[in-house]
Design a protein around this ligand. Structure first.
Ligand code: SF4
Length: 320
């Protein structure tokens, strides 16, 4: 496995009075999963479920409150110097909004060259070659290097962001809602490009998405999150065809499926997601769960196997 997340927590203190912390938002509350080389692992769930915070911790933009992130078996917390620099090179990101993620004052050549120069010494000619090489990989002409981001469409800008991520030969790319800001007409093209470069360079993807159709089409395994916890995880086809957790069932029921043989039970998600500062006792989903039993309000469900590489946390899955 390439990436492993173990019992990861991120609690944001909330201040009050004389800036003393009076509580904490438990954005991520003990999440574990692993991602194998060359696979696409998707994190899904409603806004506020913690999926973006996990991505930010993997990218070292946030420091975990507890737990560990291991890359190639090495704990990020213990990395420093050359090891840390190598990690930053090997794990790149493509963000949702290609309008915000590219500096409008820089030419594309400088945007793509920046990460290269941060990681290696490179002469002018070699740098020029590398920039033009990655532009070609993402389907843009060499002349694009001399233009500014505003001279491109949204889809082309996302290609530039992908080129920038590829420029340093990463092993893993975190894709944070990579197509949701793009026109529907060009989403498939960007997805195809991501699939092509994954195969060509044996990339591992961690994708954050709320678009379940995208996740079903694009990921190999999926983790469903609710209020800071993973509630179900497994191969994408198993989770989408036979969702076992009531939250996953409700989430999938909220989007139409093209295959009438694979329609999950029609349970709409009722009510609002609770506050991550004061989450419900027991199973955090119990106030909204159509199948809740008395025990759900008082006892946290254990994580248990639901089949081959498929697992979840629900009292009703006991004995599965
Ligand atoms: Fe619903 Fe109870 Fe299962 Fe939670 S543990 S998902 S409340 S049935």
């Amino acid at each position: 496995m390439l990436l492993e997340v173990r019992d990861l927590k991120k609690h944001f203190p909330v201040g009050s009075g004389l800036l003393r912390a009076s509580g904490a938002v438990r954005a991520v509350d003990g999440v574990s999963f692993s991602v194998d080389v060359g696979e696409t692992f998707a994190l899904v769930g409603e806004s506020g479920c913690g999926k973006t915070t996990i991505a930010r911790m993997v990218l070292m933009l946030e420091r975990p409150t507890a737990g560990a992130i291991l890359f190639d078996g090495k704990d990020l917390a213990g990395m420093s110097g050359a090891g840390l620099k190598a990690y930053r090179r090997q794990v790149q990101a493509v963000f949702q909004d290609p309008y915000a993620s590219l500096n409008p004052r820089l030419r594309v050549r400088t945007i793509i060259a920046e990460p290269i120069l941060a990681h290696e010494r490179s002469g002018r000619a070699a740098l020029r070659r590398r920039v033009e090489e990655v532009l070609d990989v993402v389907g843009l002409p060499a002349a694009a290097a001399d233009l500014f981001p505003h001279e491109f469409s949204g889809g082309q800008r996302q290609r530039i962001a992908i080129a920038r991520a590829l420029a340093v030969n990463p092993r893993c790319i975190v894709l944070d809602e990579p197509i949701s800001a793009l026109d529907v007409s060009i989403r498939a093209q960007v997805l195809n490009l991501l699939a092509d470069i994954q195969e060509r360079f044996r990339l591992t993807y961690l994708i954050i998405a709320h678009d379940l159709a995208l996740v079903e089409h694009f990921s190999t395994r999926v983790g469903v999150m609710y209020l800071g916890n993973m509630v179900e995880a497994g191969p994408t086809d198993a989770v989408f065809d036979r969702p076992r957790h009531p939250y996953t069932q409700a989430l999938l029921a909220s989007v139409p499926r093209p295959d009438p043989d694979h329609q999950p039970p029609l349970d709409a998600i009722r009510g609002e997601i609770a506050s991550a500062m004061a989450p419900p006792s027991g199973c955090k989903f119990h106030p909204r769960c159509p199948r809740a039993i008395d025990r759900c309000a008082v006892e946290v469900p254990a994580w248990r196997s639901l089949g081959r590489d498929h697992a979840g946390a629900c009292h009703l899955a006991e004995g599965a």
